[in-house]
Write a protein that binds this ligand. Structure first.
Ligand code: GLU
Length: 413
């Protein structure tokens, strides 16, 4: 989305009003430390060579190595990657893990590539970055449409370059090559801890209903966890369309995922449902809407139609700053991306720690370390929002920017 970075800067401006820093420091936060833009020639199965455009933005590393995923998407561009790398800087600081922020991307529709072409592209991407990434420099990870397998190819390419094992160069890897137990469900698990913490604060009904936009890794697992905890999953949408349950009990996400695997589209043969277009899912009459797909989904165009009391942002950047203002005025609680989806990068941090130690944890250990981080981060953000009478996004930014600036100052920037 072309305005993602300007949206991110508007969010920074709002938070800056509550922070007392020299303008030079805040100015420094308005541009990335480094940005790479490269062309990636890839050998296709039919013998031709196709060139793709790739990006990596290393935004801020005051608190530790740059950290953030790589997205393969037809609409990925430098502006979007820059915004996402800024949000990673904020996100890592909100949960207090020792990383800065970075992000990468390739403009490509990976669904149109064969497995060999995808491997060639992934390896080309890692080669293009070369030694500009590394366990103590910049640690990529998966994002939209990138997988553990892609991480393994990239790690392998990097290890060829440095001539030794270096699993800490990238996270979100398969377990067989140094991945962490729990990483695949971590984003959803973290978002679920946040939802539970919020539910206590605002006394959300135990059987509150959810409408979820995005039924990928994060959206599906969140639906599953919420369903198992007694929430009602009333509506689900993926990029092809949405379904709304006619039955008051809603959907069992496990049935929907099986149906999707077999039929390529959503629909649950056991439940009566009505079909809707994807965007409409956020306008459903539910207690909580969960944007878990892409940026700019709640805008001035549809914000008036949001009926939920809570927006739980599992995607990065789903609400525009203008829509944020309207939601706050309507007393809709927006649980921001930089807090809500930080479980993913937090378990990436655990993966990196395990890689550096060469000592691996059980899934139970992973989640027992994730839960207090998510809960205490939520509590810290909540307290700032109450104290300053601001929304949770502004409170998250205030907390994060303080931490980033403290590190910048300690380094003598
Ligand atoms: N792509 C994920 C995010 O946006 C995870 C990043 C990571 O694990 O480094 O938070």
């Amino acid at each position: 989305m072309s305005n993602a970075f300007s949206n991110a800067m508007k969010q920074l401006d709002v938070a800056a009003k509550y922070l007392d820093f020299e303008p030079e420091i805040l100015d420094k936060l308005r541009s990335p430390k480094r940005a790479f833009n490269f062309s990636l020639p890839v050998k296709m199965d039919n013998g031709t060579t196709k060139t793709f455009e790739g990006y990596r933005v290393q935004y801020n590393d005051a608190r530790g190595p740059f950290k953030g995923g790589i997205r393969f998407h037809p609409k990925a561009d430098m502006n979007e990657v820059k915004a996402l790398s800024f949000w990673m800087t904020i996100k890592c600081a909100v949960v207090g893990i020792p990383f800065g922020g970075g992000k990468g991307g390739v403009t490509v529709d990976p669904k149109k590539l064969s497995a060999t072409e995808l491997e060639n592209l992934s390896r080309a991407y890692a080669r293009a970055l070369g030694k500009n990434i590394g366990p103590y420099i910049d640690v990529p990870a998966p994002d939209v449409y990138t997988t553990p397998q892609i991480m393994a190819w990239m790690m392998d390419e990097y290890e060829k370059l440095v001539g030794c094992h270096a699993p800490g160069v990238i996270t979100g890897k398969p377990l067989s090559v140094g991945g962490s137990l729990g990483r695949d469900t971590a984003t959803a698990q973290g978002a679920f801890y946040v939802l539970q913490s919020l539910a206590k604060k605002i006394r959300l009904n135990k059987k509150a209903s959810l409408a979820i936009q995005g039924f990928g890794n994060a959206g599906y697992h969140l639906a599953r966890l919420a369903y198992d905890a007694g929430y009602v999953i009333k509506a689900i949408a993926d990029s092809r369309g949405g379904i709304v349950a006619l039955d008051a009990k809603g959907f069992d996400p496990k049935e929907v995922v099986v149906y999707k695997e077999n039929n390529g589209e959503l629909g649950s043969n056991k439940t009566k449902y009505k079909k809707i277009v994807s965007e409409k899912v956020l306008e459903e009459k539910v207690d909580v809407v969960v944007p878990a797909a892409l940026e700019n989904q709640i805008t001035l165009k549809n914000v008036g139609k949001i009926k939920a009391a809570v927006v739980l942002e599992v995607a990065n950047g789903p609400t525009t700053p203008e829509a944020d203002v309207k939601l706050f005025k309507k007393s809709v609680v927006v649980c921001p991306d930089v807090l809500t989806n930080a479980g993913g990068v937090t378990v990436s941090y655990f993966e990196w720690v395990q890689n550096l130690q060469g000592y691996y944890w059980t899934e139970k250990e992973v989640f027992s370390k994730l839960q207090p981080i998510m809960e205490s981060s939520f509590a810290a953000v909540w307290d700032i929002s109450q104290e300053k009478k601001v929304d949770l996004r502004t409170a998250s930014f205030v907390l994060a920017i303080k931490r980033v600036v403290e590190a910048m100052k300690a380094r003598g920037y």
